[in-house]
Design a binder for this molecule. Sequence first.
Ligand code: URA
Length: 170
Amino acid sequence: MSSDSGRADLVEQIRECKACGLCELMPFKPIPGVGPLSAQIVVVGEAPGHDESVIEEPFVGLAGRMLDRLFAESGIDRSQVFICNTVNCRPTDTGKKNRPPKKTEIDACKHWLFKQIKLVKPKIVFTLGKVPTSTILSLKPTVKLGDYLGNEHTAKTNTRSYLTTSSYHP
Ligand code: URA
């Protein structure tokens, strides 16, 4: 199977996922990652917000504009980065306010994140905030994000290891 057909299959499976029930609250489907499979960097956020759920793409709202600034300041071309989220649906109870994803939602969704990382095979996984950092590094909920910021760690997906580094969520 080529990487492209692997991606198409994975995107279709993610779009049809109903595992945590979040998609039933909103009139949209889960949002897979975007970017080239050749990307050397994968950026992982927490979950889509309102704008992302309307446009159906990760990091296109306010947080996306802040991420763009971070990329510009670091000399990184956004089009060369694969950008995805830990949870692929917008966590909300009312449709008005975003809320952090629950553990059950993270647990139901994280295998999609690991499958996307496995497909891209990046050199670096850059996690934005506590949810993606603790998911990628399998940290206990009691750990402090501050202890992990800017440091390099190694995470493993099945047979492959990759470098991770973390920042606050924009
Ligand atoms: N915040 C995230 O973590 N992901 C997005 O896609 C948008 C905002």
